[in-house]
Write a protein that binds this ligand. Structure first.
Ligand SMILES: NC(=O)c1ccc[n+]([C@@H]2O[C@H](COP(=O)([O-])OP(=O)(O)OC[C@H]3O[C@@H](n4cnc5c(N)ncnc54)[C@H](O)[C@@H]3O)[C@@H](O)[C@H]2O)c1
Length: 264
């Protein structure tokens, strides 16, 4: 799909990858880019720089997503591309004392932001997209949704669930002209990455948000389901599926090195 002349929504658009996506869509000639974020000041600043529009929105709340969809379509026209990009990095423990954690808090938060937000976007856009014969979802997930992230069980598990949902979304609605892409980078130089201890996510180098956004734009133009800004990830997935036990062993070695680095 070409974004030229289209209405596009980006959640988590105030910072990092989302901000770079908004800028890339604007440069590519989108008719209107909607910046939806909890950070209303940041969203307004990004929107002002690209002649877009800003909405304050907590993607964990279905009513907020519905409001963004209804108001965007009322003010600017049909949403051609909805990017569920907002994400949170909580629950990181490089020592992995207990993968089950000590409370539900990081799990329920991550589930709401990384999974249910994508479900809500689909729930309220699919009927509209079906009625007009198509549409596009870009869901920012992570290589952690394909491979796991050492030290971050809640992040890894919910990102895997997000991959599962996106696959099902693509399968269920291909016949309705609805396309889906998942954006799965490793380390990207954003506030989120800077907020967690350095680790294997940066093993192949951290990319700039702008680079990742350009890759996403190319993936959407080519209508590719899996967008991998770090191409090495494809090889890692192949190795994982070739020999799951060897892969778990290799990841456990990475965990052991992290315990040495961050241990008491
Ligand atoms: N940075 C990385 O290394 C990396 C790697 C792989 C995937 N990702 C994914 O990319 C996406 C963007 O992350 P980023 O690195 O740009 O992070 P970031 O922290 O720079 O930006 C995240 C944005 O999401 C917003 N946000 C968070 N929770 C929200 C909520 N409930 N409702 C609305 N907005 C909310 C924040 O206000 C912020 O503007 C996330 O889904 C993240 O998991 C990041």
């Amino acid at each position: 799909m070409q974004v030229t002349g289209k209405v596009v929504v980006v959640t988590g658009g105030a910072n990092g990858i989302g901000k770079a996506l908004c800028e890339a869509f604007h440069r590519a000639g989108a008719a209107k880019v909607i910046v939806a974020d909890m950070d209303s000041g940041g969203a307004r600043a990004v929107a002002a720089s690209i002649d877009g529009a800003a909405f304050q929105c907590d993607v964990a709340q279905e009513k907020d997503i519905l409001h963004v969809i209804e108001e965007t379509e009322r003010q600017f026209g049909p949403i051609a591309l909805f990017c569920s990009n907002a994400g949170i990095g909580g629950g990181f423990d490089p020592l992995s004392e207990n993968a089950g954690g000590i409370s539900d808090e990081p799990w329920t938060k991550s589930w709401a932001v990384h999974v249910m937000a994508h479900v809500y976007a689909a729930r309220h856009l699919i009927p509209r997209m079906k009625a007009r014969g198509g549409g596009y979802f870009l869901n920012t997930i992570s290589a952690a949704g394909l491979l796991s992230q050492v030290g971050s069980p809640a992040y890894s598990t919910t990102k895997h669930a997000a991959v599962g949902f996106a696959e099902n979304l693509a399968i269920s609605h291909r016949a309705h002209g609805i396309k889906v892409s998942i954006l799965c980078p490793q380390g990207v130089d954003t506030n989120m990455l800077r907020s967690i201890p350095k680790g294997p996510q940066s093993g192949d180098g951290d990319l700039s948000p702008a680079q990742v956004a350009e890759d996403a734009l190319r993936g959407i133009e080519q209508e590719t389901f899996l967008i991998l800004p770090h191409p090495q990830v494809l090889d890692y997935i192949r190795k994982k599926t070739e020999n799951y036990d060897r892969w778990i062993g290799g990841m456990a070695k990475i965990q052991a090195r992290m315990r040495e680095t961050y241990g008491e």
